[in-house]
Design a protein around this ligand. Structure first.
Ligand SMILES: [Zn+2]
Length: 318
C-alpha cells in the first residue's frame, strides 16, 4: 500500500506494522519482568485517557520515558508489558485523569491524542503502533475494573494481559471489537457516505460493528443494506487496521453491489451516493471541483477507496 503510482508514494495507514515482539511467554514470569523493568534500555509510553504524554524538550517530540521519568509523571494505575524492540523492553503506563490535568501546565511536556499524533506525524512512526497497543489495552483496564460475572473488583495479572476475579475465579482477557468497513462496488462506481461527525467535505466508506453470531461477510451485507439500502453479493477481504478508539479492529472489504437505489438511514448517516472512479480520483488528488475529499492515508478507508480507483471492479475478483 506504499508503492508509487498516479498518486505518488503515500504514507501507510497508521497503528498497524508494530515492530514489537510481544514475547507473550514472559508475561507470567515475575522474575524476568522485574529484570526487564530495571533494564537500562527500557522505554515506557505514558497515557491517561485520550492523552498521550510526550517529551517536548528537544525539537522532536519523544513519547518514550525511562522507568524513573515515568514514575515522576504520576501514580501508575496500570503497567503493561508491551513487548521487546530488538531486546529493549517496552512498557505502557496508565495514569489517572487528575495526574494528566497537572501535566498539561508543564512546558517540558506535550499532551496530545493518538489520532492527532498519527495525522500530524508528531512522533517517529515507529512509536505509533506500540502507542496504539498501549492505548487499547490501558483503555480496556480502565473499563474492566469489576468482574462482569459477579461484580467483585478484579486484579491485573499476566503483565497486564489478563484480569482475574478473586471471588468467582473468572479470568478476563482484553477485548478487540471487530468493525467492518467496506466499499459497495458496481462496475465503475461505488457508494460513499457521510457521517454528521465528518468534516463538511469528507466522504468515506460505510462501517459498522460485527454483531454476535455474524460472519464478516454477513456483517458487510447487513450494514450496507441498513445504512444505504443497497444489496450486496460477493464480499472480498482487503486488509485490516487496529483502531484504538477505544479497541476496534477495522476489517476492510470490497463488496459487489447488485442493486442501485440508495435509501439513507438518517439515524446513522447524513448522506450517501454513487461516485465513479474519475470523481474519486479527483478527490484523492484533492482536485475535486467542490473540494470533496476522502479520509487521510492514516485511515484504512483511504486505501480501500484508492485500491478501487486503481484496479476498478477487478478488486472483487481476487
Ligand atoms: Zn467474579
Amino acid at each position: 500500500m506504499s508503492k508509487d503510482n498516479d498518486f505518488g508514494s503515500l504514507p501507510r495507514q497508521a497503528y498497524s506494522g508494530n515492530l514489537l515482539e510481544r514475547a507473550a511467554a514472559l508475561r507470567g514470569d515475575e522474575a524476568k519482568l522485574a529484570v526487564l523493568r530495571a533494564h537500562e534500555r527500557t522505554g515506557t509510553y505514558v497515557i491517561g485517557g485520550e492523552s498521550v504524554v510526550l517529551k517536548a524538550e528537544r525539537a522532536a517530540l519523544d513519547p518514550l520515558f525511562s522507568a524513573a521519568e515515568a514514575r515522576m509523571l504520576g501514580i501508575a494505575r496500570e503497567t503493561i508489558f508491551l513487548g521487546l524492540l530488538h531486546d529493549a523492553p517496552r512498557f505502557g503506563v496508565g495514569i489517572d485523569a487528575a495526574a494528566i490535568e497537572a501535566l498539561k501546565a508543564r512546558a517540558d511536556l506535550k499532551l496530545i491524542d493518538l489520532r492527532s499524533i498519527a495525522v500530524q506525524g508528531a512522533v517517529d512512526a515507529v512509536h505509533v503502533p506500540p502507542l496504539a497497543e498501549a492505548k487499547a489495552i490501558l483503555g480496556w483496564h480502565a473499563r474492566h475494573r469489576f468482574c462482569p460475572n459477579c461484580g467483585a473488583g478484579t486484579m491485573l495479572t499476566q503483565a497486564g494481559w489478563r484480569r482475574d476475579c478473586p471471588e468467582c475465579r473468572a479470568e478476563h482477557f482484553p477485548r478487540t471489537d471487530p468493525v467492518v468497513i467496506m466499499l459497495p462496488i458496481k462496475d465503475d462506481r461505488c457508494v460513499l457516505g457521510r457521517s454528521p461527525r465528518f468534516p463538511p467535505t469528507m466522504w468515506s466508506c460505510l462501517a459498522g460493528f460485527c454483531e454476535p453470531g455474524e460472519s464478516i461477510e454477513e456483517a458487510v451485507r447487513r450494514e450496507v443494506a441498513e445504512e444505504v439500502g443497497v444489496i450486496c453479493a460477493r464480499v472480498r477481504y482487503f486488509a485490516s487496521q487496529p483502531w484504538p478508539f477505544p479497541s476496534s479492529l477495522m476489517i476492510g472489504c470490497h463488496a459487489e453491489a447488485v442493486s442501485d437505489n440508495v435509501v439513507i438511514d438518517e439515524s446513522e448517516i447524513e448522506d450517501a451516493r454513487w461516485f465513479d472512479r474519475a470523481e474519486l480520483k479527483s478527490m484523492l488528488l484533492r482536485a475535486h471541483p467542490q473540494q470533496f475529499s476522502t479520509p487521510p492515508p492514516i485511515a484504512i478507508a483511504h486505501h480501500i477507496i484508492r485500491d478501487f480507483v486503481e484496479y476498478g471492479s477487478g478488486v472483487l475478483l481476487r
